[in-house]
Design a protein around this ligand. Structure first.
Ligand code: PLP
Length: 288
């Protein structure tokens, strides 16, 4: 069988076939998890919610005292070139920034050149079974650090949470702290109350400020829907009318069971359907 054509990736100023792109064994992203990432969806060959992802990237890098080696406009141009060169119509662009490579030491040289890597990944995002069927969620303890607002590459707690979820036949883990859901292992968590309120945690250090969340809540507000930005408990989620999650690679999908118990009637609900329609229309209209 002929080998698949290698993807073109971007690494530190160069566009290269993936098998020719190499990162140092001394890279601090590898040795310390000293890095930041972003994932931007691609639909019809265009970037979704791009300004939101670039704003969050800048913020994350600033919060760890780093500096992007190029502007976000240049990053978006690189993303567009990767999408074009790899003929990507649907999937994601992954970006990773790390502090750079030097001999191992907790402290780093102030003039260290950062590592910047971007690659595309083809994936069906829009027409997926989860939109009709819903996802199953497993409740797990939130074992992460206290700056979850920074999109750090240190994802071991989420890897372990998803492993537990999978072992229980679930699709996503909802992480819980002090009885309240913080967020999904790689998504923002919502419930819809019986009086049609959309409930999700407010932004702060406890969760990642989701770009899809920001877009969805703006659209919901424009429609006059009621939003409560507050923590919700596992018990409240179990007795909610609907539940759903958002993320760049899922957009918005319904959650139809939590720890094996159906949410509402166990089917994708009307609020989810309304939000999904609003979001998909807006995502396409604002894609770049
Ligand atoms: C922990 C966590 N929360 C929320 C999200 C959703 O963020 P976004 O909508 O920007 O993809 C993600 C996405 O990876 C995540 O990892």
């Amino acid at each position: 069988m002929p080998a698949a054509t290698p993807r073109i990736v971007y690494l530190n100023g160069a566009f290269l076939p993936e098998n020719e792109a190499h990162i140092s064994i001394f890279d601090r992203g590898f040795l310390f998890g000293d890095g930041i990432y972003e994932v931007t969806a691609v639909l019809d060959g265009k970037l979704i919610d791009s300004p939101l992802h670039m704003a969050r990237l800048e913020r994350s890098v600033r919060e760890i005292g780093g500096t992007l080696p190029i502007s976000t406009d240049e990053i978006v141009a690189i993303e567009k070139r990767l999408v074009a060169e790899n003929a990507l119509t649907e999937g994601v662009v992954y970006l990773q920034y790390t502090r750079g490579a030097e001999d191992r030491n907790f402290l780093y040289s102030e003039d260290l050149a950062p590592t910047l890597l971007l690659f595309t990944q083809a994936k069906t995002l829009e027409h997926v079974a989860a939109v009709e069927k819903g996802l199953k969620v497993k409740i797990v303890a939130d074992q992460r650090w206290e700056r979850r607002d920074i999109k750090s590459v240190c994802l071991l707690p989420q890897v372990l949470a998803k492993r537990i979820a999978k072992a229980e036949g679930c699709d996503e883990a909802w992480m819980v702290e002090d009885g309240y859901v913080t967020e999904g292992a790689s998504s923002t968590a919502y419930i819809i109350t019986h009086d049609d309120k959309i409930v999700t945690r407010g932004n702060g250090h406890a969760t990642l400020p989701g770009c899809t969340r920001l877009a969805i809540l703006d659209l919901a507000r424009e429609q006059g829907l009621t939003i409560e930005e507050r923590p919700f408990s596992v018990d409240e989620a179990m007795s909610a009318q609907e539940a759903c999650l958002t993320s760049a690679s899922n957009f918005i999908v319904p959650i139809t069971s939590i720890d094996g118990k159906p949410v509402g009637d166990g089917k994708a609900g009307p609020m989810f359907k309304r939000l999904r329609t609003l979001y998909m229309e807006n995502a396409r209209r604002t894609a770049v």
